[in-house]
Write a protein that binds this ligand. Structure first.
Ligand SMILES: Cc1cc2nc3c(=O)[nH]c(=O)nc-3n(C[C@H](O)[C@H](O)[C@H](O)COP(=O)(O)O)c2cc1C
Length: 437
């Protein structure tokens, strides 16, 4: 009896307390109320409730702090899901050859919560067994396996992608080897990856991501894949030739700078094309992305992720030489040019002595040893430089003979940063930058 009466006596005010505490609408309300109660605590009649209310407050405080944090986490950065793979952050480090993004960079980005991408082009040069006496294509497989294994050790269960360019002579071999070696995602550009599903059919968990610069290219891939393989890509990277580094998805320099191929045009076009076709796959924006403001702009246009190359190339974990990274740090935007590469595509790069000689039509004639590209003007016409030699020279830091690919924002690289620092900065900034309508 006594117990019941006691219970009733205490329950009513307690319920009142609980209800009023949880009905306080903000953390500020909670703080003010706590201060008021602390003052009232001296009153003998409510002394008993102080103990109870302090427990309630501390519980409510923790609950609200927790849910605020949770809210920040989920609101902070949207989720990017590519097939079965979901990185912590929707940030993709773009594949960069030759060996600018190898196992160290890709592993570090994946470990930091982004998607780390190994570029397979001429990856054999990272092996101690590498020799110029054999075509590079015959030496890549072992190196791809080693690189993926090495990246995985750093990445743990982070997401590792492998970038295989369609224009390479050993493209199919590279794709199969990467799948066998445990790649989570295959990213393919520099041509249309029309047969990619066939090459990867024994690896259903490997997500397939074509790189395109226009809706027309995306449409061609979708139609062919649907008709021939009854499947869709798991995502598209839209890479704008207006700003991106490396080989560009355009006919020539003029088309590369055409605003029709800007992210602001192509991303929303592709997003609405996919929506109308009822295809629910993410679009990832690449080219000229530097900070959270750029990211938010792309998300407002319908992108679900961003891909960044240049900013990650000059990191401590970047696989290229220190001289390569220093060239980025020293560069201004005036040092960037578009050249027509030996593979027939335009490319964005720093003006090195090699590039100057090339522009003045004064490169020494060499013969092809690498046999790396299916279509190469060096092999056909002999009046250009060897792209393999030039990219390997850049990787090694040979300023005189190197082709230092870079994006148009290379002038913004002021120092060699750590990957973790960049990702943290992007995530932190995200909370501060207002959303774009
Ligand atoms: C040095 C360098 C090498 C690159 N190599 C490749 C490559 O091998 N394959 C590829 O698909 N894209 C390549 N890219 C493009 C990047 O993956 C990325 O999409 C692009 O750089 C994004 O633009 P941003 O540099 O302005 O961030 C390269 C870019 C750079 C800067």
């Amino acid at each position: 009896m006594f117990f019941q009466r006691e219970l009733l006596f205490f329950m009513q005010p307690r319920t009142l307390f609980s209800q009023s505490i949880s009905s306080l609408s903000s953390m500020t309300d909670l703080r003010i109320s706590f201060a008021l109660l602390a003052g009232l605590a001296k009153h003998p009649k409510i002394e008993y409730y102080i103990h109870y209310s302090s427990i309630m407050f501390s519980y409510e405080w923790k609950r609200r702090k927790g849910s605020e944090k949770q809210k920040m986490k989920t609101e902070a950065i949207p989720v990017l899901k590519i097939g079965k793979h979901q990185p912590h952050y929707p940030i993709v480090q773009g594949g960069m050859g030759v060996m600018v993004s190898g196992p160290k960079l890709a592993g570090a980005v994946a470990a930091a919560g982004g998607i780390g991408t190994i570029a397979t082009v001429a990856v054999a040069i990272s092996s101690p067994k590498f020799t110029k006496k054999q075509p590079i294509a015959t030496q890549n497989s072992d190196a791809i396996r080693e690189c993926i294994g090495q990246a995985r050790k750093t990445a743990g269960d982070g997401v590792i992608a492998v970038n295989c360019m369609c224009a390479l002579t050993d493209y199919e071999d590279q794709v199969r080897t990467a799948c066998e070696a445990g790649a989570d995602i295959i990213v393919s550009g520099a041509g249309l990856p029309l047969k990619l599903p066939e090459m990867t059919r024994n690896y259903p968990d490997v997500a397939l991501v074509p790189i395109v610069s226009s809706v027309k290219a995306a449409h061609l891939i979708i139609s062919r894949w649907k008709k021939t393989y009854d499947r869709f890509p798991d995502a598209f990277v839209v890479e704008t030739p207006n700003k991106a580094g490396g080989h560009l998805g355009a006919r020539d320099a003029e088309q590369a700078l055409d605003p029709v191929l800007s992210l602001e045009t192509v991303v929303p076009e592709l997003v609405s094309y996919l929506r109308e076709a009822d295809i629910d796959i993410p679009v990832i924006a690449a080219g000229g992305i530097w900070n959270s403001e750029d990211m938010k702009k792309m998300f407002a246009l319908g992108a679900k992720g961003v891909q960044m190359g240049t900013r990650f190339a000059a990191t401590e974990e970047g696989d290229a030489s220190e001289r390569f990274k220093q060239a980025y740090v020293d560069a201004t935007e005036d040092d960037v040019v578009l050249i027509q590469s030996p593979c027939g595509l335009p490319g964005r790069a720093l003006v090195t002595p090699l590039v100057e000689r090339y522009i003045k039509d004064k490169v020494a004639t060499v013969s092809c040893w690498a046999n790396c590209l299916s279509h190469c003007r060096l092999r056909k016409e002999r009046e250009t430089f060897c792209i393999a030699d030039a990219l390997i020279a850049a990787y090694n830091g040979d300023w005189e003979n190197g082709l230092f690919f870079c994006g148009s924002n290379v002038g913004r690289v002021k120092a060699v940063q750590k990957v973790q620092e960049i990702i943290e900065e992007l995530v932190e900034q995200w909370q501060k930058v207002p959303a774009f309508a």
